[in-house]
Design a protein around this ligand. Structure first.
Ligand SMILES: O=C(O)CCC(=O)C(=O)O
Ligand SMILES: [Fe+2]
Length: 265
């Protein structure tokens, strides 16, 4: 078998992995994929056309499956979330976010498998190591060790649980457990990242707004144009993502499997 090739997809995030079959991955190939994942934060594996079982087998190599509250999983495969077109008004993922940042230990990574793709429906990712690295030394010093209050507002509201919104405190500069690099860890101002600890809302909101805008500068973004059969995986500890809803009522179906992560530090 030909040796896998890894081709960067943008200046700062994402790589295309070719000449590799995820359904027949050797241990040494897995090690190479893992290194490419840590280096590029988002990996695209085109034309894999995995079955649900093959998707789950590949995902299981990365750790325990993680599930989120407020969403319903596949009736026969409890680790598989079926993403479908719920309409633009209900699209909780059409904003820049880390997955489940309101949990004490958000997932480490997610693997999507594209089943039915409309015209449109791209997904974007942004590199949060780069977002941290490009902050001024003054901003890094000001916010070093500061924690934010992360809330699951959008998901809770979608199921009518407005009065019982879960939240967790996390450092807004988190250190990746495998690479040791620092990444900016923020969320939608007000909805997701409600406040910075030890500051009033009036003081924290302008800072959060600045950081949120900074986190998604186009310099650090890769936008993926899906094709059926694509597998895309991202590191939820150092990237944010945004699902563009520009496809009206066309069908869009992806399967999603996430892996348990550590408590952010
Ligand atoms: O639909 C997508 O492209 C991604 C949706 C999303 O935010 C997720 O699966 O975590
Ligand atoms: Fe997401």
């Amino acid at each position: 078998m030909a040796k896998m090739t890894v081709i960067p997809l943008s200046g700062h995030i994402g790589a295309l992995v070719e000449d590799l079959s995820l359904s027949a991955l050797s241990d040494s190939e897995f090690d190479a994929v893992k290194q490419a994942f840590l280096d590029h934060c988002v990996l695209v594996f085109p034309k894999q056309l995995l079955t649900i079982e093959e998707h789950l087998q590949f995902a299981a190599r990365w750790g325990e499956f993680s599930t989120s509250p407020f969403v319903q999983y596949h009736p026969e495969h409890p680790a598989v979330l079926q993403l479908s077109n719920l309409g633009k008004a209900n699209a909780v993922t059409e904003n820049w976010h880390f997955d489940s940042s309101f949990l004490p230990a958000p997932p480490s990574l997610t693997i999507l498998s594209a089943r039915k793709i409309p015209v449109g429906g791209d997904t974007m990712w942004s590199n949060q190591y780069h977002a941290y690295d490009t902050l001024s030394e003054g901003m890094k010093a000001l916010l070093d060790g500061v924690r934010g209050e992360f809330a699951g507002t959008r998901l809770a509201k979608r199921v009518g649980k407005d009065s019982d919104i879960p939240f967790s405190f996390h450092p807004i500069f988190r250190t990746h457990p495998d690479t040791g690099r620092k990444a900016l860890f923020v969320g939608h101002p007000g909805d997701t990242l409600r406040c910075l600890e030890g500051m009033t809302q009036e003081e924290s909101l302008p800072i959060i707004q600045y950081l949120y805008k900074h986190s998604t500068n186009p310099d650090r973004v890769y936008r993926h144009h899906w094709a059926e059969g694509d597998i895309v995986m991202w590191d939820n500890r150092c990237t944010m993502h945004y699902a563009v809803h520009d496809y009206g009522d066309q069908t869009r179906e992806l399967h999603r499997v996430s892996i348990c992560g550590d408590i952010p530090r």
